[in-house]
Design a protein around this ligand. Structure first.
Ligand code: ADP
Length: 275
């Protein structure tokens, strides 16, 4: 499916398809028939979705349609809410994350998360980034220094903080705090980064920085981003899933979703008729 969609988009752009064969990327997350209830609220309905590696996958849709629930299911954080019931499967790298034998701690070391509001710990910039590796048993000072520098560089904030690593993270601006939280996620060397509206609390300049960063990060990570900002999804994602009332209405290449959606409800949403 990926192959034909990419081909179609490139043909629409009149690119020379024959010279650059499209490679099938590996599936990182394969969601199959996923249903989720909060008590009696049926929040996710028969979700089917494949996430491919080294891509940015955006989840869009109106408020309350299940976007945040879905990405919190991918790292099993949603199960912290009482009275959650889940059926179906999420295959992460060939294993069903709901299998009895699956270790949630293992999943969380592979899948980092960045939230809507920057949430640094009340600690120094250095300690924020070193926290995860320390929990995983890394004690050697030199190794920690290297991880902290590499993660801060990866999150495009090193130059701004390298001379104040031992100052409290609360002294940073909102946009800097969010990039610090991305650095904190990178420090555990994840495979996937989940982002739940990561720029909604940021000013336009910081938003742009985070968007540029997401684009850079996808060469090393697979990224899923929930956003209510359709321009943002169009700017930075490769694939887009449109959620409505707990269902995936349409999932396709971002170019296709925004230029020629297959479902009337997607078209109505992206043209601002509702939501
Ligand atoms: P979105 O991220 O698209 O705004 P959510 O995933 O937050 O949507 O919510 C989907 C549905 O699940 C909504 O009806 C919401 O009220 C409900 N919901 C979300 N979180 C909880 C919770 N902790 N307890 C009960 N219902 C919840």
């Amino acid at each position: 499916m990926v192959k034909s969609v990419s081909l179609e988009v490139r043909q629409e752009r009149n690119e020379q398809v024959a010279e650059a064969p499209v490679q099938d990327k590996k599936v990182v997350y394969d969601t199959r028939g996923l249903n989720l209830w909060y008590g009696n609220t049926h929040a996710l309905k028969d979700i089917k979705l494949e996430v491919h590696e080294n891509e940015v996958t955006a989840i869009i849709g109106p408020s309350g349609c299940g976007k945040s629930t879905y990405i919190k299911t991918l790292n099993r954080m949603v199960e912290l809410v009482p009275e959650v019931k889940i059926t179906g499967e999420i295959i992460y790298r060939d294993k069903n994350i709901f299998d009895r034998s699956y270790r949630v701690e293992e999943l969380r070391t592979r899948v980092g998360m960045v939230f809507q509001k920057p949430n640094p710990f009340p600690k120094s910039i250095f300690e924020n980034v070193a926290y995860g590796p320390k929990i995983h048993g890394i004690r050697d000072k030199k190794t920690l220094n290297e991880i902290v520098e590499k993660s801060l560089r990866g999150a495009a904030i090193w130059d701004e903080v390298k001379d104040r690593l031992h100052e409290n993270a609360y002294g940073l601006s909102g946009g800097q705090q969010q990039r610090l939280c991305i650095a904190r996620a990178l420090a555990i060397e994840p495979d996937v980064i989940l982002m739940d509206e990561p720029t909604s609390a940021l000013d336009p300049k910081s938003t742009l920085k985070v968007e540029e960063l997401v684009q850079e990060l996808k060469s090393n990570y697979s990224i899923m981003i929930v956003t209510h900002n359709m321009q943002q999804a169009a700017r930075i994602s490769d694939k887009t899933a449109f959620f409505l009332n707990g269902e995936v209405v349409e999932f396709d290449a971002t170019d296709k979703i925004f230029s020629n959606p297959s479902d009337k409800r997607t078209e109505d949403y992206i043209t601002g008729r509702f939501g």
